[in-house]
Design a binder for this molecule. Structure first.
Ligand SMILES: [Zn+2]
Length: 337
């Protein structure tokens, strides 16, 4: 329904993340042949070892969560299925410290209840590492069988499994907060309303709230997972993400032997849930594979189904994120933003 918005301008490629484009001078570009390619080299970092046990992810259980989320059917905001998925997520966080951020979003299609869910796993070090995933499905596709198995399903399931791994263990490091953010998807097709004016409702609200209450300045890193279940896993490098944190992504993946699944491709200008945090100066990394099927053909279509996914991909991304936490815990000081 929504075509992949790719604008090729010589060196400048405009993509949009789980959602759409609207970034990187789509109209003002000129004389591409004279445009110098940006320096996209990642900074060299000498990172401390992660002395903890290697991260564990139960990929079979994580995939089971994907299947259960998808089994509710399409889950656009305002729907009964959406409510069921909210309850599904919170039911898996029984006994955890959960903060809910509920509000009413004013959208081009009217007002909708929005509910961000935050599970907090405290650490001994002062500061917070946030991991986030949206859980709603695309609203313009609400009348179809679209279930977003990869887009929203895979990453939300992975966070549930990461919660399993964090639960009941004393964290010798930063607190880890898991965020299932809501109303991430655009309400109107991006051909009608600019994506960043009509999307990310939940995570924008949370970033504003955390800025107002002082939480934001404690956040050391914002790690976003989006479309990470693709069996043909190729996590893209995103030039909107913080370069030093992207280097931590790559080194974490390399320590686990997974580097061949990372950063073969660089995408400037991903507009995704990390943007409200990037704008506020929080180091942020978007772990996304934005090539889902040949030429992204499964993205935002009814083809986004569980059969395209692999438990191994969930394991690769989940263990890389946990390895990143182990590295960040030992970095002192963190690089400047
Ligand atoms: Zn999407």
């Amino acid at each position: 329904m929504i075509s992949l918005p790719v604008v090729l301008l010589s060196f400048a490629v405009t993509f949009a993340a789980c959602d759409h484009d609207k970034d990187v001078n789509p109209t003002g570009a000129q004389a591409p042949a004279q445009t110098a390619p940006a320096d996209t080299t990642l900074p060299k970092l000498s990172l401390p070892p992660d002395n903890g046990p290697p991260p564990a992810i139960d990929s079979v259980r994580a995939m089971q969560y994907v299947k259960e989320i998808v089994a509710f059917g399409p889950r656009p905001i305002g729907s009964a299925n959406h409510k069921k998925v909210e309850n599904y997520i919170t039911s898996h966080l029984n006994g955890d410290a959960v903060e809910e951020d509920e509000f009413t979003a004013d959208t081009p299609e009217g007002k909708f209840p929005v509910r961000n869910i935050v599970a907090k796993f405290p650490g001994t070090r002062d500061g917070i590492i946030v991991m986030a995933s949206h859980y709603d499905t695309n609203y313009p596709l609400r009348g179809t069988s679209y279930v977003g198995a990869n887009d929203g399903g895979s990453s939300s399931a992975l966070l549930l499994e990461i919660a399993n791994q964090l639960r009941g263990k004393k964290r010798q490091g930063y607190s880890v907060w898991l965020v299932w953010d809501d109303a991430e998807e655009a309400i109107k097709p991006d051909t009608e309303v600019a994506f960043l004016d009509d999307s990310l409702y939940g995570i924008r609200h949370l970033a504003e709230k955390w800025q107002a209450d002082g939480t934001l300045k404690k956040i050391k890193a914002f790690l976003l997972a989006d479309m990470i279940g693709d069996a043909d896993l190729n996590i893209d490098r995103d030039l909107n993400s913080t370069p030093w944190l992207e280097e931590v992504v790559y080194q974490a993946a390399s320590r686990l032997g997974y580097q061949s699944h990372f950063f073969a491709r660089t995408l400037p200008g991903l507009s995704d849930d990390h943007i409200p945090f990037v704008k506020r100066g929080v180091p942020s990394a978007d772990l996304i594979d934005f090539n889902y099927g040949y030429n992204d053909v499964f993205w935002h279509t009814t083809q986004d189904t569980v059969d395209k996914l692999s438990p191994k991909s969930l394991e690769i991304v989940g263990s890389t994120m946990l390895e990143m936490v182990g590295i960040l815990d030992r970095m002192d000081p963190l690089p400047p933003k």
